[in-house]
Design a protein around this ligand. Structure first.
Ligand code: ATP
Length: 602
């Protein structure tokens, strides 16, 4: 497939506000995609040149990309940056500058004389050629790196037309505006190859284990569904995290599990999935949302090499900063200072980490995903020696609600968040949130006090004093993971300082879009739509039913009867969530409905 063909599809995808049409366009695109292109096309659709967990970045700032645009079209970099200041999207700037250049050249020469570079003759450039060049740019290191990167990108830009330039420029900047989530791509795979988008479920199990859409695509094209179903976990490829549901009282939990719950403390730090292979002494660490975090935590890497007694393992853990003087665990605000790319050594000395290992998914070349939790825990204890940094969590099997309450109180008095109870015979269900894991947190016993992670979908212009900040209220939503859609749940106007309003306005304007994104489902229309990317933590007094919000709303196809959605009452912003949560990791509609029901239980 030529790159120009691919970007024609990008244009169509960018132009639609409907998720169903998004799936149709993708299915059409995939129909034209061959086995040796499907992985590349899947990554490019998400503005990437590798699966999400591979930390392969092109490594070019706005300034460098502007320099490449300038070089490709024989302009000054300042001129490009000036246009960027006006337009706010370097992709559109590249497109505009190329078309101006063409017009200028046309006046001077006849079309046939035009330099093919300027004419944008990309007939011969295939998707794979562009992809490989981008990967080469990413892998360039050593002396003269900057010059080599600029020159290679300029070379590519010289061979594509205006639309191609627009989309190409957005890739190194990480601002691809297509807004396509993984489930939507899986829907389109299913629609084309399995006959119906609802068959996505059949692909999801493998996807949760390998976290690599390109690999799913390639296997599906090559070996069909059978091949995909055979894909399994392996060291070096992160597994999508299993997640917790909430229940507010110990008795209900035990009843749900038929009388017995495996119980562990709930540590409030950040999740670290540990991959280790003795052969080659290789350690890789991944975050809750599958980003590679290995360079951030050299203390954990060293500990894994020392403490793990196995040829290969994958472990699930929660890492917490520890004060060696007072021997106390530090609160999340302190722990999170360890998630950084610079000054790692200093922070490691100040806040050494302990990793509480609560699960094991792979051991000595074999997947343990289908093994019951109880047995996995037995294995866990065998592979970790000592407790210097990695501390295994054998947990406790609890039958009595009073004992569960005691463990919970004990956790709280130690400054922890509460406990996590788990169904003793459950498999490790990658990427799933269900009642196999239940969190019992301090705030969840009582009225609605647990926070909700919302995605900002747009903002409403400020009035009065706030007119100066640009934004006066935010339209926020939660995530419907079944439909891969963002649905609205509230407008938020409180909890932000003047400074935060300015900040949010600045961040929002970088990702504003001119129509409702296809994956957003909303009755309300804000002054400005933005791409669903920024996650905020919100506290509300109550969840109520609401006809104006789409979270949980539905229309019966038989009777046409409308069920209203849910809304937050008295919402206020608690904090901006950092890199640990992507939009798809926000609270789901299912969780919201569960929280709504639990309000009435006390
Ligand atoms: P999410 O469930 O979406 O991760 P969150 O980030 O708000 O939401 P909580 O729901 O409060 O976190 O708790 C779940 C998280 O608790 C897990 O993702 C994990 O990082 C952490 N955790 C701490 N201790 C444990 C444990 N023993 N077992 C499982 N998870 C634990």
């Amino acid at each position: 497939m030529t790159f120009s063909k691919l970007v024609q599809y990008f244009e169509k995808l960018e132009g639609t506000s409907s998720r169903l049409i998004l799936i149709d366009i993708l299915a059409e695109l995939f129909k034209e995609t061959t086995t040796d292109e499907i992985a590349q096309v899947s990554y490019l659709l998400q503005g990437r040149i590798a699966p999400f967990y591979e930390p392969l970045e092109i490594g070019m700032s706005e300034k460098l990309v502007a320099a490449a645009v300038a070089r490709a079209y024989s302009l000054e970099r300042e001129q490009v940056l000036k246009e960027y200041g006006k337009v706010g999207d370097l992709g559109k700037v590249a497109q505009k500058l190329l078309s101006l250049r063409k017009q200028g050249s046309k006046r001077q020469k006849s079309e046939s004389e035009l330099d093919s570079r300027i004419r944008g003759n990309d007939e011969g450039m295939t998707v794979n050629e562009v992809f490989e060049t981008l990967r080469r740019i990413a892998q360039t290191t050593g002396e003269g790196t900057v010059e080599k990167k600029v020159s290679a990108l300029a070379g590519l830009l010289g061979k594509v037309d205006g639309v191609g330039a627009k989309h190409l420029v957005r890739i190194p900047l990480g601002v691809s505006r297509l807004g396509i989530g993984d489930p939507t791509i899986l829907d389109a795979f299913a629609k084309l190859k399995l006959g119906d988008k609802s068959k996505r479920k059949l692909l999801e199990g493998a996807y949760n284990k390998v976290s690599d859409l390109g690999l799913i695509g390639e296997t599906l094209w090559k070996e069909g569904l059978k091949g995909v179903e055979k894909l399994d976990v392996t060291v070096g490829r992160p597994i999508r995290s299993e997640l917790c549901e909430r229940i507010t009282d110990p008795k209900t939990i035990l009843k749900k599990y038929g009388g017995e719950a495996h119980t562990q403390y709930k540590y409030d730090g950040f999740r670290v999935q540990i991959h280790y292979r003795h052969d080659g002494n290789q350690v890789r660490l991944f975050s809750r949302n599958l980003e590679e975090t290995t360079p951030m935590f050299p203390d954990i890497v060293e500990a894994v090499k020392k403490q793990i007694k196995a040829n290969s393992v994958i472990l699930d853990s929660e890492a917490l900063a520890f004060n060696p003087e007072s021997e106390e665990f530090l609160p999340f605000q302190e722990t999170t200072k360890r998630r950084r790319k610079y000054n790692i050594e200093e922070m490691q000395r100040k806040f050494p980490l302990k990793a509480f290992v609560f699960d094991i998914m792979y051991l000595n070349g074999k997947s343990l995903m289908d093994m019951p939790l109880k047995e996995r825990i037995n294995n866990l204890e065998k592979v970790i020696s000592g407790e210097e940094v990695l501390i295994p969590q054998p947990g406790e099997m609890v039958k009595d609600p009073e004992r569960l309450q005691q463990l919970f109180d004990d956790a709280i008095s130690r400054g922890l968040e509460g406990v996590v109870t788990k169904r003793p015979d459950s498999k490790y269900e990658a990427g799933r949130r269900n009642f196999n894991w239940i969190k019992l947190k301090r705030h969840s016993s009582g009225e609605l006090k647990d926070t909700i992670d919302c995605v900002i979908l747009g903002y409403i212009f400020g009035r009065g004093k706030r007119a100066a900040f640009g934004a006066g209220a935010l339209l926020v939503g939660v995530y419907d993971d079944k439909k891969d859609e963002f649905v609205t749940v509230s407008k938020i106007g409180t909890g932000l300082t003047d400074e935060e309003w300015r900040e949010i306005h600045k961040r929002a304007d970088k990702i504003k879009v001119d129509h409702k994104p296809a994956r957003v489902n909303s009755i309300l229309t804000p002054s400005v739509w933005i791409a669903p990317e920024i996650v905020i933590e919100v506290l509300a007094d109550e969840i109520t039913k609401s006809p104006v919000h789409t979270a949980g709303a539905s229309t019966s196809s038989a009777s046409g009867q409308k069920t209203p959605g849910y809304a937050l009452r008295f919402p206020r912003l608690v904090k901006f969530r950092g890199a640990d949560k992507q939009a798809e990791d926000a609270t789901t509609v299912k969780e919201l409905i569960e929280m709504y029901k639990q309000q009435f239980k006390k």
